[in-house]
Design a protein around this ligand. Structure first.
Ligand code: ARG
Length: 263
């Protein structure tokens, strides 16, 4: 069983653009965003996971992307410090929530740090992205806060501005990723650490197929990532296709909406 924190997209909209997927000129349908999000929440519950909710706030349309709010390992929560001013006020909501929920240690990050957008727990290590949002100095801070080794990776393609848009942790020692989203050096590092990784095509990456949530067996990912769905099945996982088309307009999908709480 996994434990997730989610935020209902009650005030979801695309009012500004802080990633190439966001076009404020394009209409959004908040009702549809809510229905798609509820489908995802219900799916997690059906799969036997526990879902907690943090209240959405008006004026913070990106709050639905809960993965960015913190990184939580071993009952400790390191709360985000957002890069863009539009999202900075979200941190207070996460600080409040974790402070009120019996966590061993709760602190806001000192350097720009967008939570599980850029920090992915992979077994006994944390894979950490930088290049667009999270400051590379945040990697060291995170390693110290959790006492866990952090592997720094540098992103290069603005469409894949968070690590969780270019890489998914499938289980303790398996990942899937899109190599072209990383610098040469980071690619070499990933090849060395994960010689058996599932490699995503450009089309699957563009369908946001790597913005996926795995419980070690089921992998929930955008249904348009058909190549990955086939590959995952071949590798013995159970892929589940999701339609989160409205939330894609903000540049996020399954993983962005899901913050994992590790006690
Ligand atoms: N509009 C949000 C932003 O640009 C989307 C965040 C997506 N979240 C994620 N975990 N990649 O910050």
């Amino acid at each position: 069983m996994r434990h997730y924190l989610m935020v209902r997209p009650a005030y979801f909209d695309v009012e500004y653009s802080i990633n190439p997927w966001m076009d404020p000129g394009k209409p959004t349908d908040t009702e549809l965003a809510i229905a798609q999000w509820e489908w995802l929440r219900d799916l997690y519950i059906e799969l036997g996971h526990r879902v907690e909710l943090l209240d959405p706030e008006p004026g913070l349309p990106d709050m639905v992307y809960a993965a960015n709010g913190a990184t939580v390992v071993n009952g400790r929560a390191l709360v985000a410090r957002f890069h863009h001013r539009f999202r900075r006020q979200e941190s207070a909501a996460y600080l409040n929530w974790f402070t009120g929920h019996d966590y061993r240690e709760v602190r806001q990050a000192r350097w720009h740090n967008e939570g599980e957008g850029d920090f992915l727990v992979a077994g006994s290590r944390i894979l950490a992205g930088s290049g667009f949002r999270t400051d590379s100095r945040a990697h060291q801070e995170t390693a110290e806060f959790f006492g866990v080794p952090v592997v720094g990776l540098t992103l290069t393609d603005p469409r894949y501005y968070h690590l969780d848009t270019a890489l998914t942790v499938l289980d303790e020692d398996t990942i899937m990723y899109f190599p072209e989203a990383f610098t040469e050096e980071s690619r070499r590092r990933l090849e060395q650490l994960y010689p058996d990784a599932v490699i995503a095509s450009a089309a699957d990456a563009a369908a946001f197929g790597l913005n996926a949530v795995s419980d070690g067996r089921h992998v929930v990912l955008p249904q348009a990532a058909t190549g990955l769905i086939t590959r995952l099945r071949e590798r013995g996982f159970e892929p589940i296709g999701a339609d989160l088309s409205e939330l894609l307009k903000g540049g996020g999908s399954v993983k962005c909406c899901t913050l994992e709480l590790r006690s």
